[in-house]
Design a protein around this ligand. Structure first.
Ligand SMILES: *[C@@H]1O[C@H](CO)[C@@H](O)[C@H](O)[C@H]1NC(C)=O
Ligand SMILES: *[C@@H]1O[C@H](CO)[C@@H](O)[C@H](O)[C@H]1NC(C)=O
Length: 442
């Protein structure tokens, strides 16, 4: 009888014990999730090979899905947290589309100049405790980071004539970050890899229509004395009609502004360009090889769609840097104080040169209204991509950190790359003529 009782008792208690265990398990998982903090990651790891952006593998999110905790004490994170919540489609439903224009940044700058929202009084500097101790360029940035609206001084409305007829639009728009004084770089680019017009593909490959624009701000007067080059620039503008200039100080921390303003210009003036290359004026690009490569991308999507021409899947390609963390050394060029930004950077492509689809450029232009300006332009683009759910794709042919020392002199090594940094105007001319004739044997 007692044995029988024991069995009954066991059978009755078993479910209770199991439910109990389950509850303990749930409690422990909740505790772990709440105390989650991203693991510390190695600095500046450069991804080898092509990253898994092929659609089969989705990027693994580093943060929990519901990240409602704010990084206390970091200005950018706090501002962005607010903005992200405001635009969260789950929390806000359909309102995000209208909300993108309210509150944060007014979208269009009137022709009369900068709107009242851009006045220095509106700046976020008072929110930062150690503001007065920060380096000057950081302080300048914080004082103006609420404003992404500057009038365009020189526009080139006709660069992409195919604005109305998509089939006449350029295959590739080269948008090159330059500054007033770099006349020689611009001229070398025009004579070599940035030549405007129809360009043959490499070795009989298909070519395409290439258009080139240079992105400029205004000469930075805070650098001390400088020769006034505006007159010279005026001559250049009227000669070549490929210069876009906006009315902001052309400084390193304002490069993000250049990105944002370019993307807006693109959606107005060149929305049908199939691909965009954006890079520095001291890189060398094998444009013919790039055209060939882009044609291949288009063909791949054509095959998938059974001979129907489908738009290329959105991508951004370059030298991908993953798991980078902010530089905390206050004397360096890339310094980001802890009071400004906390956490790792999203994966991004080195700003020396990246190529992306025109469709992605349009989406980036839209999402840039929902991402606060960040002092480092390539990281900023990574932040925008992150919000679009696109991960940058690594291509081993983009050498934004140059070739290994021994390969620099060998002509063969240049036949396997798409981009190399950094090259002087003279070297650009030499490389371009060298690449015209295929090497004997590589
Ligand atoms: C959400 O927006 C889309 C287009 O913007 C619209 O077609 C749809 O009806 C909206 N849904 C709701 C629930 O308002
Ligand atoms: C960026 O340009 C604006 C407008 O000219 C200027 O007020 C600001 O100080 C600049 N920012 C930096 C970091 O140089």
């Amino acid at each position: 009888m007692a044995r029988c009782n024991g069995k009954v008792l066991c059978i009755c208690l078993l479910p209770c014990v199991m439910v109990g265990h389950l509850l303990v398990y749930i409690l422990v998982s909740i505790c772990i999730t709440m105390s989650y903090s991203p693991a510390t990651l190695p600095i500046r790891f450069i991804a080898p090979g092509v990253s898994s952006n092929s659609g089969a593998l989705a990027a693994h999110p580093r943060n929990p899905f519901w990240n409602l905790r704010i990084q206390k004490g970091a200005l950018w994170n706090q501002l962005q947290h607010r903005l992200d919540r405001q635009h969260n489609p789950i929390l806000r439903g359909n309102r995000s589309q209208q909300a993108s224009t309210e509150g944060v940044r007014p979208q269009e700058g009137g022709p009369q100049g900068v709107s009242p929202a851009c006045s220095p009084d509106q700046s976020w500097a008072p929110l930062l405790k150690d503001f007065s101790t920060l380096p000057e360029q950081m302080r300048d940035f914080i004082l103006s980071m609420h404003c992404a609206e500057y009038p365009i001084v020189t526009d080139q409305p006709g660069v992409c004539d195919g604005k109305l007829r998509p089939e006449e639009a350029p295959m590739l728009l080269l948008a090159i970050k330059s500054e007033t004084g770099n006349f020689e770089n611009r001229q070398a680019i025009r004579q070599t890899w940035g030549r405007n017009g129809w360009m043959q593909g490499e070795a009989g490959g298909r070519g395409g229509l290439v258009r080139t624009v240079f992105l400029l701000g205004k000469q930075d007067p805070s650098m001390g004395l400088y020769a006034d080059l505006e007159k010279l620039l005026e001559i250049e503008k009227s000669q070549h009609r490929d210069i876009l200039q906006w009315d902001f100080r052309d400084t390193f921390y304002n490069l993000t502004l250049k990105d944002v303003l370019f993307l807006r210009w693109f959606s107005q003036r060149c929305p049908h360009a199939r691909f965009v290359f954006k890079g520095d004026d001291d890189v060398f690009v094998r444009t013919r090889a790039l055209l060939h490569f882009l044609h291949q991308q288009e063909e791949e999507t054509e095959d998938e769609g059974q001979n129907q021409k489908k738009p290329v899947r959105d991508f951004l390609m370059g030298e991908v840097i993953a798991n980078a963390v902010p530089n905390r050394q206050s004397f360096t060029k890339y310094y980001i104080p802890e009071s400004f930004y906390k956490g790792a950077y999203p994966p991004y492509a080195g700003g020396g040169g990246v190529v992306y689809t025109g469709a992605l450029a349009l989406r980036l232009g839209e999402v840039s209204n929902r991402v606060h300006l960040f002092p480092i332009d390539d990281v900023y683009l990574g932040m925008c991509l992150h919000r679009l759910g696109v991960s940058p794709t690594h291509h081993p042919g983009f050498l934004t950190f140059d070739l290994p020392g021994t390969d620099k002199e060998s002509p063969c090594s240049y036949h396997n790359i798409i981009l190399v940094h950094k090259r002087s105007p003279k070297e650009m001319l030499r490389l371009w003529s060298m690449l015209k004739t295929p090497p004997p044997a590589c």
